[in-house]
Write a protein that binds this ligand. Structure first.
Ligand SMILES: [Zn+2]
Length: 445
């Protein structure tokens, strides 16, 4: 009897071990099967390091690239080809964040139960969330200037537009020398960080709303410069007496530098971290570039400039888009996606209280009506903040324009950043208007 019992236990233990082992294998397979399937040495799917078959289309079914027997055929329109290059990827895999490479397992028709099922070489079709005609509008609006334009639905996280320039025609890839410094293979939206300039005042503002009592009743004053130690914070002109709403609308450096000094480096850094501006996040598994906020000494000119988006501040454009999307979406940042059917792990995170988001949105509305001009954005319920970020080295500043439109049918947030583009509101603002008009009025096609 005792022996039977012992045997039963032994069998149970053995079964338990097998089940655990199988479970372990199943989990590993589910997690990594796609990677195994698309591993570059898999001769069925790849040939000489290149994908043999598959097709990528935009949200409207427009073919962006189709691969047959290792031959790549891109979109018909050259503008579309250039405008979607960084989203789609090049045939030589120089743009690793392009869908061709970042999502190759999906292109191969990878299925966690069946493994690769397209061994005959047809490949799968991958549908992206981008609208290629909207990308084309954004690409043309950049008019040859380096930078990035992105638009996303702040309620679903779908990226509708994602353009990075410089670009090239993937049908006729140019020879690019090894010491090229233009960063042509870089998707500036996902993989770069830039000095944010005055767009960063939104971060300082949020921290001030939540930490400085009586902020909205306070009287501020600007003489055009503010002495901090032996140095000066300067404004473009003397802004005079104002409340906080006007300080944001006229983008007064002295006021926001003062707020940063009062908040202190620890609080400023905490908000930058909480809003995801200093860390990398995942867009369908692609890690974005992290930004930077360095804690400067208390009372220093560096701390003062850090509240104005200068000093060592760096922000990745995707992180900036996520931040303004949360302001638009009552404080909730929805996970970004560029794959039309991607739903695994799709969630959202509250990064800001609803009341703080509401207050900032109202002030961004006031920025548009008071400074940028409603007439420059006809028909759009635009909430925005510009930035003209000094980059040094005798170069023109980076021009930023970020925000969203309050429109239930078109809940869109955007980021426009033009390197050495000059004045933020006029240069980047006009690009934003062209793209948003196309998105809302269907002029994109
Ligand atoms: Zn000022």
């Amino acid at each position: 009897m005792k022996r039977v019992k012992r045997r039963t236990i032994a069998v149970i233990v053995l079964i338990a071990m097998m089940v655990t082992g199988l479970g372990f294998y199943t989990v590993r397979y589910a997690l990594h099967g796609g990677e195994w399937a698309s591993f570059i040495s898999n001769g069925n799917a790849f040939s000489g390091g290149r994908l043999k078959a598959g097709r990528i289309e935009d949200r409207n079914g427009v073919t962006l690239v189709s691969v047959e027997d290792g031959t790549y055929t891109y979109a018909e329109s050259e503008t579309v080809r250039r405008a979607t290059l960084h989203a789609v990827g090049d045939k030589n895999r120089n743009i690793g964040t392009g869908a061709l490479w970042a999502f190759s397992s999906r292109l191969l028709g990878y299925d966690p139960i069946m493994g690769i099922y397209s061994l005959d070489g047809d490949g799968g079709t991958l549908k992206l969330t981008i609208d290629s005609s909207l990308n084309a509008v954004a690409y043309e609006a950049l008019n040859g200037r380096s930078g990035t334009v992105a638009v996303m639905d702040y309620t679903t996280g779908e990226i509708l537009c994602m353009v990075s320039n410089p670009s090239f025609d993937p049908e006729n890839p140019p020879e690019i020398s090894e010491d090229d410094t233009s960063g042509v293979y870089l998707n500036r939206f996902l993989s770069s960080s830039f000095t944010p300039g005055s767009t960063y005042k939104l971060v300082t503002l949020a921290a001030a709303i939540e930490n400085i009592d009586g902020l909205f009743d306070r009287d501020f004053h600007c003489d055009g410069r503010m002495q901090v130690g032996a140095d000066n914070i300067v404004c473009t002109s003397a802004h005079g007496d104002m409340k906080i709403e006007d300080a944001l609308a006229v983008s007064c450096n002295c006021v926001f530098a003062q707020l940063a000094l009062e908040l202190g480096a620890d609080t400023m850094a905490e908000y930058a971290d909480d809003y995801g501006l200093t860390s990398s996040f995942s867009v369908d598994g692609i890690a974005t570039a992290a930004g930077r906020y360095d804690k400067a000494e208390a009372g220093s000119i560096d701390l003062a400039w850090s509240g104005v988006g200068q000093y060592n501040d760096l922000v990745n454009p995707a992180a900036m888009l996520r931040f303004v999307s949360a302001i638009a979406n009552s404080g909730r940042a929805v996970d970004m996606t560029q794959i039309d059917t991607f739903r695994i792990g799709h969630g959202s995170e509250r990064i800001m209280s609803g009341s703080t988001a509401e207050r900032i949105a109202q002030m961004m509305d006031y920025c548009v009506s008071h400074t940028y001009g409603d007439e420059n954005f006809p028909g759009l319920e635009l909430r925005a903040k510009s930035g003209t970020a000094e980059v040094g080295g005798g170069k023109d500043p980076n021009a930023w324009f970020v925000g969203f439109i309050e429109n239930e049918e078109h809940p869109l947030a955007f980021v426009v950043m033009i390197e050495n583009g000059g004045w933020g509101s006029s240069q980047a603002g006009s690009v934003a208007n062209k793209v948003l008009q196309a998105a809302v009025n269907g002029q994109a096609g």
